[in-house]
Design a protein around this ligand. Sequence first.
Ligand SMILES: [Zn+2]
Length: 426
Amino acid sequence: MMRFETIFTLDTSSIKFGPGATREVGYDMKRLGSKRVMVVTDPNLANSEPVSTTLEALSLESIDAVLFDEVRIEPTNKSFKEAIEFAAEGQFDGYVAVGGGSSIDTAKAANLYATYPADFLTYVNLPIGKGQPVPGRLKPMIAIPTTAGTGSETTGVAIFDFLEIHAKTGIAHRALRPDLGIVDPNNTRTLPKMVAACTGLDVLSHALESFTALPFSLRQASEHVSLRPAYQGSNPISDIWATEAIEMVSQNLIRVLRYPSDDEARTKMLMAATFAGIGFGNAGVHLAHAMSYPVSSMVRDYVPEGYPPSHPLIPHGMAVILNAPATFRFTGRADPKRHLHAARLMGVDVSDAKLEDGGELLADAIINLMHQAGVPNGLSAVGFGPDDVEELVAGTISQHRLTKISPRPADADSLKDLFLDSMTHW
Ligand SMILES: [Zn+2]
């Protein structure tokens, strides 16, 4: 007989927040007991201030720090393996990631496989990998985000592109969660505008998806406590973090894009990213994220401004937000009240609105923000057309971890409609 879940958890990394906090990484790494640390970053940041501040702070505490600056933006199984090899050879007893979600996720994977060596597919999510739980504690890890986006510093998830099968998947287990996230507004001062727009809209979608996710109590209970998923569905604690984040992004994103030196708006965006990360790291995200993975994997020749021109790329946050309006138009029916509440948090006047319009009003509010932020107008603007829909649907259906917590079940036919609805927004 099916048994519903009755328990939920709130797990998160410790957070240290504020301008200049990066300088404390040496103290914290020492406190965690590490003496030889792998510092993980991408080539664009190798000579940046956040990285040099980190290296100095570690050396001041006599910690041996080795820089690995080969992270690929939107990592792949191949780029993960390079970092894992570096980690295995280096005999590290601690990890520091400095960068966006790509660097933080790469450090998580390096730490995992260097600590518990295994065939690569062992810990990768079902159905692509074997989905085995991580056997125990990992080495201490500190994450220092340089974008106000992924919230990866708070979560136990590492996402990568599986090149052989052309699909994004990941590794999700609470043991992957960094011990500490050092969230320092000084580190996001020089974000290119499109990077700030995409990462900021990703934050918004994290918060909206986790707030509207299937309630944890409507999920089938796991057979064993060890199998309870990291993404549990919405719950009263994650709601608090998600709703705060929705308001903060809506009030500060456009401000920070227009005036990057606005310290207050930039700090609020970074705080929103962390708040949303705490929410979705426990509740999970659903359709907009599930649909984003094939969109990013199937990129042809789109190269966004502000990102390294080395390879075509649909940045994660862009791939997510392009599918968000259609997602909430579709899920609105599952819980109109929540969707209407989310629209209100985004600043929409809902005093005369009908409850059943919740999904539609929320979709409109997102489109309005996307338009102002200057992201492309739908999937058609990044190279997709109706002929791609079948492959996009196939790449979404394999994202079980996410589709399972959609508040309204989405079969292949509905996903097809959702992708068609995401082609153009205004
Ligand atoms: Zn995301």
